[in-house]
Design a protein around this ligand. Structure first.
Ligand SMILES: [Zn+2]
Length: 214
């Protein structure tokens, strides 16, 4: 298999020689004062979605969770390992962040996989289970785009899914409490890879609007 792994060595050398030096004081301050991120960013693991780059964030700005499809599993405190849930709780209750962003994106492989008939094996068992978190969005999209194009339906599913994940966030007692007392704000974002634009969900207008300030 072809590997470009050595690229990382070069990249790290450059980081050490240039970027780390440039931000040395900032890094030291983040160690001395501890982190105080501005938001929890829940995004897809997709390598083409770059949370820091598309938001212009600096070290210490974003507390990030990434998973397949930027899904949020509903609160279910049984005896299991919940990576996304624990990151949400830590961000909300310990770091006391003021904002949570759930960021979906166009051309999402996880959303596309919802429409494929994938057989469960020992090699994909967790993935199949995880993709159940997109089932509601798929259901709505199938109803809305029964006669539409596949591409339209996929883009719609990606957006609708973000709204469902915001609903799932509210199943966490820590989140619900702080949203209700006005100290925590939830944001649904959609990153379009074709034009590099972020759209935010306006829950009063029921539409996604451009985040970019004109
Ligand atoms: Zn994705």
């Amino acid at each position: 298999m072809h590997s470009d792994f050595q690229e990382f060595e070069k990249g790290h050398t450059n980081f050490q020689k240039v970027k780390f030096n440039e931000s040395k004081e900032r890094f030291q301050k983040l160690i001395d004062d501890g982190q105080d991120p501005k938001a929890l960013f829940i995004g897809c693991s997709d390598s083409r979605v770059m949370p820091a780059m598309i938001t212009g964030s600096k070290p210490g700005d974003l507390f990030i969770v990434r998973n397949i499809g930027n899904f949020v599993a509903p609160f279910s405190p049984e005896n299991n390992y919940h990576a996304t849930a624990s990151a949400i709780e830590y961000a909300v209750s310990v770091l006391e962040i003021s904002d949570i962003i759930v960021c979906g994106h166009s051309h999402c492989g996880a959303i596309e996989a919802l429409y494929k008939d994938i057989k469960e094996t020992k090699e994909n068992i967790h993935t199949i289970k995880w993709l159940e978190l997109g089932a509601e969005a798929k259901k709505v999209a199938m109803l809305a785009y029964k006669n539409g194009s596949k591409e339209e339906m996929l883009r719609y599913t990606e957006k609708i899914s973000v709204i469902y994940q915001l609903d799932n966030l509210l199943t966490y007692p820590a989140v619900k409490k702080r949203v209700e007392n006005g100290t925590l704000h939830l944001h649904g974002w959609y990153y379009n890879m074709e034009n590099g634009k972020i759209y935010y969900y306006d829950n009063k207008a029921y539409e996604f609007k451009e985040l970019c300030k004109k």
